[in-house]
Design a protein around this ligand. Structure first.
Ligand code: PLP
Length: 387
């Protein structure tokens, strides 16, 4: 019998994948499935970004690059943070390019956390965070956020969980799965508190541009010795398959991340890096057009869900997810979120992700990264099933 290492035996497999498999099986049987499970923008990568990749290939930029990325891309990331947040990162020492935001998060956790360390993680959380914390050997300390506060959190909430073993906190705003954003003053306070109490703030802002109510964290004290920013081209530029992300933070942490990367993946794809330079340095107006469309969809989704008896959906301020409370629909045969999403799939052909995957029963996640036509069709089916 094959005996796998404990670290992989204990790993959870993303439920999104299991759900996709089920949906595919139904579609193969001829069922018209409406997919609200998707975690990526439904727009293609813009043409001029693809053309930059063509040019990179024509110029034979097809060999190893520096492990931490080409200087042009590191500069583009540092410039972006200077422009948008007023932060001053040294592109050479304080920025590293990674194979997507996910690898940046993995590397930063492996660079900072050891067995015995505690890492504060707000719940609901993106499915990958608990697994990466577990792989690093640290323990997760959950910070319960609530619907009444829009799933956001305050410095006071964090303070209650700090112990001498606290080594870090993972903040993800705009949030997957809730769409919550964090007020700038709370973020400032948390960063300040982390500095005083000697722990790190890992700030995952892969959905940074998907903000609908004009809230901004510009001017937050990024670039300080205890903050690591993680970003990505995946969502903002519809480049999920290209696998380009980054981290910006203290030189020692960034160097450690680069060392880890040098012994695992080496540099991110050379051609994709050049495409990312184009994405970050070009005119950004097309991003705004995408955000405007997502805002319209968000409003339709939230309004449609709130018309269903038993469902209550707060207005998400960012990302492209709604996280409705569906516990009002529970009964003797639908007893939790898993049973709810299975019922929805089997009876109405609508794919959603159970709140339990994000650590929270009574909720589910709907992605509105799908066309208005499919959104309306999906909502109609949910309304019919429960109305
Ligand atoms: N962080 C969050 C909260 C995400 O939802 C995702 C992707 O779904 C990522 C990070 C990583 O994205 P990528 O590795 O494609 O950059």
């Amino acid at each position: 019998m094959i005996k796998l290492a404990n670290r992989v035996s204990n790993l959870s497999v993303a439920a999104t994948i299991a759900m996709k498999r089920k949906a595919n099986e139904l579609a193969a049987k001829g069922v018209d499935v409406v997919d609200f499970g998707i975690g990526e923008p439904d727009f293609p990568t813009p043409e001029f970004i693809k053309m930059a990749a063509d040019r990179a290939m024509a110029k034979n930029y097809t060999k190893y690059t520096n492990t931490g990325g080409i200087p042009e891309l590191r500069n583009a990331v540092a410039d972006k943070y200077h422009r948008e947040y007023g932060a001053n990162f040294d592109a050479k020492r304080e920025v590293v390019i990674t194979c997507g935001g996910k690898q940046a998060l993995y590397n930063v956790m492996f660079a900072l956390f050891d067995r015995g360390d505690e890492v504060i993680l707000p719940n609901p959380y993106w499915v990958t965070f608990p697994e990466q914390i577990k792989l690093s050997g640290a323990s997760m300390v959950e910070l319960h956020t609530c619907e009444e506060n829009g799933f956001s959190l305050s410095a006071g909430d964090v303070e209650k969980l700090i112990t001498p073993r606290t080594k870090g906190i993972i903040l993800n705003f705009p949030n997957n799965p809730t769409g919550a954003v964090i007020p700038k003053r709370e973020l400032q306070k948390i960063i300040e508190m982390a500095r005083k109490r000697d722990f790190y703030v890992i700030f995952d802002e892969c959905y940074e541009k998907f903000v609908y109510n004009g809230s901004s964290i510009s001017g937050a004290p990024f670039g300080k010795e205890n903050v690591i920013l993680v970003g990505s081209c995946s969502k903002t530029y519809s480049m999920t398959g290209w696998r380009i992300g980054w981290a910006a933070g203290p030189a020692e942490v960034i160097q450690a991340m680069e060392n880890l990367q040098s012994q695992s993946t080496s540099n991110p794809n050379s051609i994709a890096q050049w495409a990312a330079v184009e994405a970050l340095t070009c005119n950004q107006s097309f991003v705004q057009a995408m955000i405007d469309e997502y805002r319209r969809r968000r409003d339709v989704v939230v309004d449609g869900l709130n018309r269903v008896p038993g469902i209550k959906c707060a207005l998400p301020e960012g990302a492209f997810y709604a996280f409705p409370n569906v516990s009002g629909c529970f009964n003797s045969s639908i007893r939790d979120s898993n049973e709810f999403i299975n019922y929805l799939l089997e009876e109405a052909g609508v794919v959603t992700i159970s709140g339990l995957e994000f650590g929270r029963d009574g909720y589910l996640r709907l992605s509105y990264a799908t066309s208005m036509e499919r959104i309306n069709e999906g909502l109609k089916r949910v309304q019919k099933l429960f109305g």
